[in-house]
Design a protein around this ligand. Structure first.
Ligand SMILES: [Zn+2]
Length: 211
């Protein structure tokens, strides 16, 4: 893990914004890994609304970031800045989502979610419907073949939000719906990067075992 600091690429300059992925055009932006617009919207205005959860931050970064680089001796702001810079260099992948999760755990929710939205294919959040029933909101790329499977799960498409709402109508139904959702994802979204209640995940297709 500590070898990370010697890895080639660590010294690379950020050329694209960590938040929106557009090219960085001036020296200041390159230095912080965020372009001027995203800095204004997500950089300067974000203050942690809750204390940094350092133990969880370090767990999220285990094997991804050198402890010497990001650790509880830093202010949450400085730690987030370092992670943003690394995200700007790498742009995509599981480690980028783990760093975004760490930024979220540091207290910078808005910044983290903006990066998560850009860098993940699938997002799953628990919520409630307009009728106040529990549900799962799922954002996933369009896949024509999956439509009937979504409907079979009791999902309906929320056009304005561009995401599925999987309704949960029975007690204990949430676990069953989660299981059904996972089966659907494995079937239609194998290899995709997702982000859920427990942070980032990769959809792995079920390995068929001869019975
Ligand atoms: Zn940007």
């Amino acid at each position: 893990m500590s070898d990370y600091t010697n890895a080639p690429g660590t010294k690379l300059l950020a050329t694209r914004c960590a938040v929106c992925s557009r090219p960085l055009l001036d020296a200041v932006s390159v230095e912080r890994g965020i372009g001027p617009d995203c800095w204004k919207r997500y950089g300067t205005h974000v203050d942690p609304t809750r204390p940094a959860q350092w133990e969880a931050v370090m767990a999220a970064l285990d094997g991804i970031e050198a402890v010497a680089d990001v650790n509880p001796t830093l202010t949450p702001r400085d730690a987030a800045n370092k992670l943003v810079y690394r995200i700007a260099i790498e742009q995509d992948g599981f480690a980028v989502l783990m760093r975004a999760e760490a930024i979220r755990l540091l207290g910078f929710d808005r910044l983290a979610w903006r990066i998560i939205e850009r860098a993940s294919d699938i997002r799953v959040v628990e919520g409630t419907t307009d009728k106040n029933d529990p549900c799962l909101y799922v954002t996933a790329p369009y896949n024509e073949l999956s439509y009937t499977s979504w409907r079979a799960l009791g999902a309906y498409w929320r056009k304005g939000e561009k995401r599925w709402c999987i309704t949960v109508t029975s007690i204990g139904g949430m676990a069953a719906k989660r299981k059904g959702l996972w089966d659907l994802l494995k079937r239609f979204y194998s290899g995709k990067l997702g982000f859920g209640e427990h942070g980032p995940f990769v959809v792995r297709s079920a390995v068929s075992v001869a019975a």
